[in-house]
Design a binder for this molecule. Structure first.
Ligand code: HEM
Length: 520
């Protein structure tokens, strides 16, 4: 073909015209070229008309009114989405905000978006009025746009706080927190037939994260103060959604609500700023452990070419404390609830621990021993699959127009991925609503979903939770030691109710209450 086409080279055209062999070859050649051009034109014409992708389908809406209606239903969005996905397929659009929001339910599409096209799907939506206050204009990891500031903040957290040796340096504090927790539970179990455990779990996680954040063992009262200001903001956060809707108007009409938001933020600053300042002074004397605040004090914002100010430090400490406490204590409660409900699973964990402890008198499972406990790991993974603390990842946003499953997702669209639905997919998980840790016993499970997503309690791709290893360590360490030290049972006349309630994370609607007997 190449030699035939070269016959059209102008420099050699005279020679070809005189060649008797060339003329019969040229005619079919021209015909073929013209046919090809025609085909290309036809294809372009039809493709541009027929397959120009449309945005993902969804129910029709009336501007403003639909948004207000959705605001009132935001707490029950999951069952509605389930029905809508059955009708419209694995990807759909809802008009629940001022701009359309896309929901993805399918694990293959999630992999395509978050892992294979990670650079396009890793942005966050622009902060609305309330989030601007809480995140000091997106100066934290979870809300920062996909760019240099996000990269700097995230790299600081992963390389300075979450790498293996730094995590190991906090093992003493984990042992101390565990002993405090066991002592509290023991004293409660002596006077009560039924102990509500979530408050103890939350307090323990705060003790751990507060130490990592500020590098100090604070007294009980101070930790409880931090817990109070953090949790009240967390629990009230969703109720402030309404303020985002036309902020200029809500500032007048809902001024009390605005005042409350500002008051909660101010309370956080009042509690956290003295701790940050005290760390600043200690840092100049170069004392003791490296805390999260220490790593932030020297950090330069690459775009603004300046250090973080005090408000931004509060925002980042707030993120660190919330991300590591609420999620983990929620997951811990769900896992323990299943161990109470299914005593045969609890017994199997205890048997596995007994083998590892051998003849040892004391019942403490050490961190280094966790890797010898595959069934315990399976229990934790099954807990995260069946009861992921977040039923959605944080909202993502796309940096340019992109086609997903033949649908157009326009630039800046918010995209949500349905974590719980993926972990409950009956095509992947047999009997998905049952609690069966055995399903994780055969292979090493890749929680990051880099090759394939089967569940994603920590998300996947570039925005995957950077704290997933720390979270797994905390869960395994506490579950192991809680069952090793106590027998966990349903109290007389009680029950384990696995109903859910949406708070910041999805928590047990009726908090777990247990009867604890020390194991001898
Ligand atoms: C059981 C415990 C935890 C669960 C289930 C969890 C889950 C998640 C999920 C689903 C995301 C959103 C991912 C996305 O948007 O695609 C996330 C983000 C994040 N998590 Fe976690 N997390 C846990 C513990 C932790 C801990 C211990 C830390 C650190 C101390 C942490 C820090 C963060 C941060 C900073 C982000 C934002 C990442 C970014 O936007 O780049 N998390 N987490």
């Amino acid at each position: 073909m190449w030699c035939l086409l070269s016959g059209f080279d102008s420099s050699s055209s005279t020679q070809h015209r005189s060649d008797p062999l060339v003329k019969p070859l040229m005619e079919p050649c021209i015909f073929i070229i013209l046919s090809l051009c025609f085909c290309v034109l036809i294809r372009r014409f039809f493709f541009s008309r027929r397959i120009k992708p449309t945005t993902p389908p969804g129910p029709s809406h009336i501007p403003i009114i639909s948004t207000i209606l959705w605001l009132t239903k935001s707490f029950q969005i999951e069952p509605i989405l389930r029905t809508l996905h059955a009708k419209y397929g694995p990807i759909l659009t809802l008009h629940i905000a001022t701009t359309p929001v896309v929901f993805v339910r399918d694990r293959f599409l999630a992999h395509q978006a978050l892992v294979q096209n990670g650079s396009l799907f890793s942005d966050r939506p622009k902060a609305l009025a309330v989030a601007k206050i809480i995140t000091t204009h997106q100066h934290n990891i979870s809300s920062a746009s996909y760019g240099a500031t996000w990269r700097t903040l995230r790299r600081n957290l992963t390389s300075q706080m979450l790498h293996h040796s730094r995590v190991k340096s906090f093992s003493g504090i984990r042992t101390w927190v565990l002993h405090t927790l066991l002592t509290h539970l023991k004293s409660q179990s002596q006077s009560n037939n039924s102990v509500r455990v979530i408050d103890h779990f939350q307090y323990s996680m705060f003790c751990l994260l507060v130490f990592m954040c500020f590098g100090e063992r604070l007294d009980d009262g101070k930790v409880r103060d931090i817990e109070r200001v953090q949790r009240q903001m967390l629990l009230r956060f969703r109720s402030f959604d309404i303020l985002n809707f036309w902020p200029r108007v809500t500032r007048v009409l809902l001024c009390k609500h605005w005042e409350e938001l500002l008051r909660l933020r101010k309370e956080q600053e009042d509690v956290l700023v003295p701790l940050i300042r005290s760390r600043k002074q200690k840092q100049s004397k170069e004392e003791g452990v490296v805390s999260y605040v220490d790593t932030l004090l020297d950090l330069q914002l690459p775009e603004e070419k300046r250090k973080l100010n005090e408000e931004e430090l509060v925002t980042l400490c707030n993120e660190f404390l919330n991300a590591g406490t609420d999620t983990t204590s929620t997951a811990l409660q769900w896992i323990m609830a299943n161990l109470v409900k299914y005593p045969h699973v609890q017994e199997r964990v205890v048997d596995e621990i007994r083998e590892v402890l051998g003849e040892r008198e004391e019942r403490e499972v050490k961190e280094e021993e966790l890797q010898k406990l595959p069934y315990l790991k399976a229990v934790v993974l099954e807990g995260l699959r069946r009861h992921p603390p977040g039923h959605f990842v944080l909202p993502h946003s796309v940096t340019e127009d992109v086609v997903l499953n033949d649908y157009l997702v326009p630039k800046n669209t918010t995209v949500n991925f349905m974590v719980a639905e993926m972990g409950w997919d009956p095509k992947v998980w047999e009997d998905p609503m049952a609690f069966k840790p055995e399903r994780f016993m055969n292979d090493e499970f890749d929680i990051t979903g880099s090759k394939e997503i089967k569940m994603m309690p920590f998300g996947a791709g570039r925005r995957i939770c950077p704290g997933y290893n720390l979270a797994l360590l905390h869960l395994e360490y506490f579950v192991a030691n809680l069952v090793s030290n106590f027998e966990w049972k349903v109290p007389e006349g009680g029950d384990v109710d696995l109903s859910e309630k949406q708070e910041f994370t999805v928590v047990m609607k009726n908090a777990l209450k247990v009867h604890l007997s020390p194991r001898i």
